[in-house]
Design a protein around this ligand. Structure first.
Ligand code: PGA
Length: 252
């Protein structure tokens, strides 16, 4: 794993956007795996700026998002489709037909999961997958207990995750308790992985990901099995790592 510890959220966002922009320039028809949540918002802002000011071209890019809430139609204000439209898709020149997010309101959820896996395969696989990390070490919505063999499927969200997501909803009762999520196997099949972490609430999960045992109890630990992972984290997220680990990274 390549570790980058940078000063703060802004620096993390710029560095992450830079990695993606380089990938898109290297391969204009890149297949991007995208993430939602609070962490990548600044990265998307920077990508939008690069599109507007520097002409970063998304016209041939394909995207697959990690997950979507079960039960929310695409147009729901808190759906991940809406998040992606507001943060990126509507602000750059990506072809809407090339953007993929599981349908949380599909009548047959099993069939939707299988279809999603087929679509990723048909696109030639994911070139670079962006990930956040949950306080409980989840990646996508692969909660503790998820094995490395999991594919895209319907998952039950843990109480911790529901609580963490409640800030986006009017009341805790409205927060969906299930989601469709790419599996860990799906994520590990990406050619490259870019994980972002910001803030002290992620410090323990980051430490266990890098230094704990490889275990379904900390799904992010399976990333150590992948040959090309870059972690960009700010100082707070890195605060539980030994000084020697941090000293070896390119500080910003
Ligand atoms: P966050 O979520 O970016 O909103 O902290 C990350 C995650 O749960 O994967």
């Amino acid at each position: 794993m390549k570790l980058w510890v940078v000063e703060d959220y802004q620096a993390m966002s710029r560095r992450a956007a830079d990695v993606l922009a380089r990938e898109i320039k290297r391969k204009p028809d890149s297949v991007l795996g995208l993430a939602t949540g609070g962490t990548p918002v600044g990265m998307y802002q920077e990508l939008v700026r690069m599109h507007r000011e520097e002409g970063l071209d998304f016209s041939r890019v394909t995207s697959f998002n990690l997950d979507e809430y079960v039960g929310l139609p695409a147009a729901h204000p808190q759906s991940y489709r809406t998040y992606m439209e507001e943060n990126l898709f509507a602000k750059v020149n990506i072809d809407p037909r090339m953007t993929h997010i599981p349908r949380g309101d599909a009548p047959d959820l099993e069939a939707e999961c299988a279809r999603y896996e087929r679509e990723i395969a048909r696109a030639g696989g994911i070139d670079i997958q962006v990930l956040g990390i949950g306080r409980n070490g989840h990646i996508g919505f692969n909660e503790p207990g998820s094995t490395a063999a999991t594919a895209t499927r319907v998952v039950q969200l843990t109480r911790d995750t529901v609580e963490a997501n409640a800030r986006y909803f009017d009341s805790p009762d409205e927060v969906p308790t299930q989601a469709i999520s790419m599996g860990i196997r799906t994520i590990l099949a990406a050619k490259r992985i870019l994980l972002l972490a910001s803030g002290s609430s992620k410090a323990e999960a980051v430490q266990r990901m890098l230094e704990g045992e490889l275990t379904p109890e900390l799904p992010a630990s399976f990333l150590r099995q992948h040959a090309d992972v870059t972690v960009v984290m700010d100082r707070q997220a890195a605060s539980r790592l030994p000084a020697a680990t941090i000293a070896g990274t390119a500080a910003d």
